[in-house]
Design a protein. Sequence first.
Length: 101
Amino acid sequence: MNLSQNEWWSQYLGDANAVILDVRTEDEVANGKIPGAINIDIYKGQGFVYQVDELDKTKNYYVYCAAGVRSANACGVMQQMGFEKTYNLVGGFSNWEGPTE
């Protein structure tokens, strides 16, 4: 599900079962990330699938990348793998106005 920045962040903050997933490259993450995010690079292909498959499918995943395209793809892959609740950050980290670390 695609959510605007305000919807994505406010829903995350109110979700006791939430996990933030950053699907950008390590170089991108080195320039800043949303606090508490787990990084699994979607460009790793099958490696991405293997790592995501180890995640808890009962959690709710708030997924982002730089612009929102890779994270939308990641949400699609995750849905096919049995993750029921994935939320894509529209506009991605490049438009992010919330906290960073």
